[in-house]
Design a protein around this ligand. Sequence first.
Ligand code: SF4
Length: 285
Amino acid sequence: MPVIRIAEEAGACYGVERALAMVEAAVAKGGAPVKTLGPLIHNPRVVNSLKHQGVSVVDSASDAAGAALLLRTHGVTPEEERIARDQCAKVMDATCPFVKKAHAAAELLAKEGYAVYVVGEAGHPEVEATLAHVPGSIAINSADDVEKYAKALRQARRIGLIVQTTMSASRLNEVVSATLPLAEEVRVMNTICEATAGHQDSCRRLAQQSDVMIVIGGRISANTTRLAEIASQYCPRTHHIEGPDELLANWFEGAENIGITAGASTPESHIKSVYQAIATMVGAN
Ligand code: SF4
């Protein structure tokens, strides 16, 4: 009978649990309609369940005039926050403290005269919010990006790097190694959050012992996608799903060891339901 294991560190992190507690409290309190600026977390199933409780998502703070507005865990730009505080009945800041730490690190580097680069994905809400805290800063996501900005990096001479909280340590190392030969000084503020590092280490260990890996979480979730990439390196039969309805029985044919992990925006209840569905499929309960 196959063995099903859940990664030691998996699922909802401190920042996500904090944001969900804040939104639940706001709904329970009643009063002004509750809205979130962008999806509160990158998990469509959770966002959909909040929608059923009357919590809607707005794309810009000016669409939430008069509402009670939660700022997403990934953070917002200073301009978005200013509009929210001017126009909303109430503003609740669910920005994860680890993301705030990255904003502060970027501002400190700029103040100390470094040219600031954010190691992360351009276009991701967290990276965009961090970039907006330091006008002129640029996102770089790979050694290829470093090559692309080589001229500007050489001219800057003193480079300050801060990191998207969900970045993998190996990608950070790749970018730092590519940047070092271009500058007189490279200062790295490692703002990868503890939950990300813990989830990735546990995922790597479990994938090494597994024939099949199931990674649960939103497809738009950067940290879940990163877990799926890490798992695939060690376990080619890795599948990224958002919920138990996506599981297929033939994924588990011949598998003796099945591993489950979940991104930082995946609640415990989702992990349990996937575990149960797999156990039923493979006859392990
Ligand atoms: Fe905060 Fe890290 Fe969770 Fe993102 S993954 S919400 S930075 S604790």
